[in-house]
Design a protein. Structure first.
Length: 76
């Protein structure tokens, strides 16, 4: 299940990033960053599931960091 979610989130991130780069319209960037945060979180949970605790915790920390940046973007 994590693999399917990871692939889906990866496709969403790539499509939104490609749209922003091609059209120079960055209106969907906060949505892309939120999807990126979810993608990193799922990757971290998958790493923890495989027993790679250090990489899993780093990924979860990075996911929370990106999520904080997205929230700050919405506030400002």
């Amino acid at each position: 299940m994590l693999k399917k979610l990871r692939i889906t989130l990866g496709i969403v991130v790539l499509l939104l990033a490609g749209y922003g780069l091609l059209t120079k319209n960055f209106v969907a960037q906060p949505i892309m960053m939120f999807s990126l945060s979810a993608f990193i979180l799922v990757g971290g949970l998958d790493e923890l599931k495989q027993g790679k605790k250090r990489r899993g915790y780093i990924s979860i920390f990075l996911s929370i960091f990106v999520l904080v940046i997205v929230v700050q973007t919405f506030i400002m």
